[in-house]
Design a protein around this ligand. Structure first.
Ligand code: NI
Length: 182
């Protein structure tokens, strides 16, 4: 299929709420999912949401064995997730560094729920129902935020932990990602 252009922060489409996929539309999503996979692979990303390539549908993909951007993260199974619904399971919050293909070259420290249940559908309409934690939970929250027009800097609490990847190395090592309960 095709590697598509990834919209960048500042593009108003990234701030829009995407539409649910109707049951009758699932059979037409094959080309979109292939484009998402090709685009994410070319950009070496850990996830990608349909609105990032200008398609305002509630479709995200994520997953990796090993990602150079997140060398300490465990693997996350490759997943196509349609019409996701997220349920935060408790009040435990994790702080960790995130990047985004729509905010290239930058990183920020973002609070996310540590424990998450998510549901949705695969491309062939099979239901997904998973309870996850840690980095897997972070990736799902990041990607699904795109479907509601939310970029990770909008989730940050302290903008002094936001900056260019190549400048943040010292700060990243002196302030490792931590998990905390609030
Ligand atoms: Ni993103």
């Amino acid at each position: 299929m095709a590697v598509r252009e990834i919209l960048k922060m500042g593009n108003p489409q990234l701030l829009q709420v995407s539409e649910p996929v109707a049951e009758s539309e699932f059979s037409e999503l094959g080309d979109l999912v292939t484009d998402l996979i090709d685009t994410m692979t070319a950009a070496e990303g850990a996830g990608l949401a349909a609105p990032q390539i200008g398609v305002m549908k509630r479709v995200v993909i994520f997953g990796f064995e090993h990602n150079e951007r997140y060398p300490d993260a465990g693997s996350v199974p490759f997943t196509v997730l349609i019409n996701p619904e997220l349920e935060v399971l408790d009040h435990e919050v994790q702080y960790g560094w995130e990047g985004c293909l729509s905010v290239p070259g930058m990183r920020g420290m973002v609070p996310r729920a540590q424990n998450l249940r998510y549901r949705g559908f695969t491309l062939d309409g099979t239901p997904i129902d998973r309870t996850v934690d840690g980095f897997h939970a972070r990736v799902v929250q990041h990607e699904c935020d795109h479907l509601d027009g939310i970029l990770y800097p909008m989730r940050m609490e302290d903008m002094s932990y936001f900056g260019f990847e190549d400048q943040l190395r010292d700060m990243a090592s002196s302030c490792p990602a931590q998990s905390t309960t609030t």
